[in-house]
Design a protein around this ligand. Sequence first.
Ligand code: ZN
Length: 437
Amino acid sequence: MSAPYTSALAEDLAPAVLARFERYVRIDTQSRRDRDRSPSTPGQLELGRLLVAELRQAGLERAELDHNGYVTATLAGNADGESAGLAIGLIAHLDTSPDAPGAGVAPIVHRSYDGGVIELPRGGTRLDPAAMPELEAKAGHDLMTASGDTLLGADDKAGVAEIMAAVAYLAAHPELPRPTLRIAFTPDEEIGEGATLFDIGRFGALCAYTIDGSELGELQDETFSAYEAVVTVDGVDVHPGQATGKMVNALRLMARVVAELPSTTLAPETTAEREGFIHPYELSATAGRAQLRAIIRDFDEDLLGEHARLLERTAHEVVDREPRARLEIEIRRQYRNMRQYLESAPSVVDAAEEAIRAEGLEPIRSPIRGGTDGSRLSEMGLPTPNIFTGGHEYHSVREWASLHDMAAAAATIVRLAEVWTRPERAAAAVMREPASR
Ligand SMILES: [Zn+2]
């Protein structure tokens, strides 16, 4: 039996969300690490061009794709009073993860999911509700999957489709009150570059929302704070036959550094919830030179700094015992926990909670063990929490999404527009000037 939608509005929006989603996931927009241009791959421009055409068709203004791959557009507001001059941003990312195959996505709709194991036609891929409690809860929903050998791309084309369906709906229903909505679709989020060339001054919104979360009702206003570390050891390489007393093996030294790092604590595989970690994720080494890349994460800035010092101390303790080896450690900031920025603009998160409740849902507040475009945008001056999309098992061939929940996300966006026209919201907002560089 088919499950009910969260609201009549969601049911209304569902066919448009589905049609758009099926169109967008077929375009390969997988991003590529170590990019030499923005966007890193041409497929993102292809999707960008399609979206610009569809935004114009829906009646939005200033719809454009810039040369870095950013799509922006405006839906003019129709509210009077304090919210008349207010602009609110809606953001999703165009690219998909480089961590699973992203070309040739062939989406499948599973109508009225029966709650059992889903066998996908390719690659022997199975979705087993016993191993996926969130899937088990979706019996009766219409589900989307890929065909078993690619990702689906709900991360974040679910968000793109939901924003597109919601703004097209609002454009066609001028009787529904709304502030001015600024839309942005960003490239290369999955390789950490989504915010890099985002022009928040030109965007001109007071705040924004990324539609890039997961489970129904989720609202995230907290992300990790993040460093990346590159540790390099230079040894002394000599022909092994003449190495006696001369060779200093950098590979051995680095292997010892890795072995000395904590692994039963402070590792992603042994921590959860609010605990941070040091995660060595790439090692390249010869006897002469070894390089280790690691990411360091915590919700707390002081603890993040402690983890960084622990890595430095460990490397020095191992390598300094060999005076002929040279050690270099580079640590750079990737992004900060968005919470500190959102706390100074509480109405931004409050409005999202009201919108989620207006859709009949209880907001789920959970910290993200990762970052979003919003982490860096919030730091740059555009407060940007994250809202659910209805997609799950991201970055894998098991990725799936509930069409029921995707429709609920689109409906939440329509309600969010109304919330921002309420006098008390608009009044809270005029306390702040729109973000600018
Ligand atoms: Zn995403």
